[in-house]
Design a protein around this ligand. Structure first.
Ligand SMILES: [Zn+2]
Length: 334
């Protein structure tokens, strides 16, 4: 039996569509990276391909389901974008999706295309897909994933069923990580402190991936703030330090969010005392910061960090260095 955390909205909608024989042909799964959008895409694919669907729910164990879960099902196509940025250009969409979909399924009665991270699907490419999505061949299904609906053209959006994929609770996240079996309780607690119900980010932290480096970056920023070392704060936020080299806009947003938590913790420790619970990834730093941080400075920093997160989310071209300068100016403890 498949164990699924906090994805009822997706699973119930899809099961009900399957049960009533009114399966939609196109879905858009929205939500931040790491919350399980790909897992939900696989759930939808399994619902269509499973050999033992009961009450609209796929078994998760048959040959078809297992191949979907392992990303090796010949009828579940996950095209890659092209070039360094992985963008889905017009040629890619035309050849690997539209033309390919006219070929009948290999092994099953349906064929599923999963187009991930549609931030990389520009309007010209969306237009190519429009007709395919509007009048899909009876055996073809499309699943898109994106941060939000805003990346889609209204014409395409009106033809897909949007299902938001949210975080699970921190407790569920800890339970899921524990079940994977290979992490210590302490490291799971650290991961959940930093990334809560985003299981993907927690796993990345535990595997010492990018999220782990970002937590190290937060420690550098906090220590530099305590020393009054604005130069280091600037280096880290602008991607010029070891922990943040190659940082994307998404990473900068995560970094601002993690820094915000450390500052929030410092304020909580200052007001509620050193026994208070914290949720950031650097309790020791928050404790030291709590001795010097005024409520007013904390408020100013929180506002600047939120503003930086908004700028990272915005669709306009932003300059990472400009955000780094803004943050360096505001992250002074005095
Ligand atoms: Zn199955």
């Amino acid at each position: 039996m498949l164990k699924i955390y906090s994805k009822q909205r997706v699973t119930e909608t899809v099961s009900s569509m399957i049960r009533t024989g009114r399966m939609a042909h196109s879905f858009l799964l929205t939500g931040e990276s790491g919350t399980g959008r790909m897992f939900c895409a696989k759930y939808i694919a399994m619902s269509l391909l499973c050999e033992d669907v009961r009450e609209g729910v796929p078994c998760g164990e048959c040959r078809q389901c297992r191949r979907v879960l392992k990303n090796i099902h010949p009828d579940v196509i996950i095209p890659e974008g092209t070039g360094k940025t992985g963008i889905y250009n017009v040629e890619t969409v035309r050849e690997r999706i539209v033309a390919d979909s006219s070929v009948a399924p290999n092994d099953c009665t349906s064929k599923v295309y999963v187009i991930r991270d549609c931030e990389k699907l520009p309007p010209a490419s969306q237009n190519i897909l429009l007709k395919a999505v509007e009048e899909p061949l009876p055996y073809v299904y499309y699943i898109f994933t994106a941060h939000s609906r805003s990346v889609f053209l209204p014409t395409l959006l009106s033809r897909v069923v949007t299902l938001p994929v949210g975080r699970c609770t921190p407790e569920e996240s800890a339970e899921a990580l524990k079940e994977m079996g290979s992490y210590s309780d302490k490291s799971i607690a650290d991961a959940v402190d930093a990334f809560g119900g985003n299981i993907g980010s927690c796993m990345d932290f535990l595997e010492k991936g990018k999220k782990y480096s970002l937590c190290a970056a937060v420690r550098s920023i906090t220590d530099a703030m305590l020393r009054g070392d604005g130069y280091t704060v600037l280096r880290v936020f602008s991607g010029a330090s070891e922990e943040t080299s190659g940082m994307t806009r998404d990473d900068l947003k995560t970094l601002a969010d993690l820094t915000d938590k450390v500052i929030r913790d410092a304020l909580v420790l200052r007001i509620c005392g050193s026994d208070a619970g914290t949720e950031g990834c650097y309790r020791d730093g928050s404790e030291r910061l709590s001795h010097t941080l005024s409520v007013k400075s904390a408020g100013r920093m929180h506002k600047a960090l939120l503003e930086a997160e908004d700028m990272c989310m915005g669709s306009a071209n932003i300059n990472v260095n400009a955000i780094a300068c803004l943050l360096t100016a505001e992250l002074r403890t005095g």
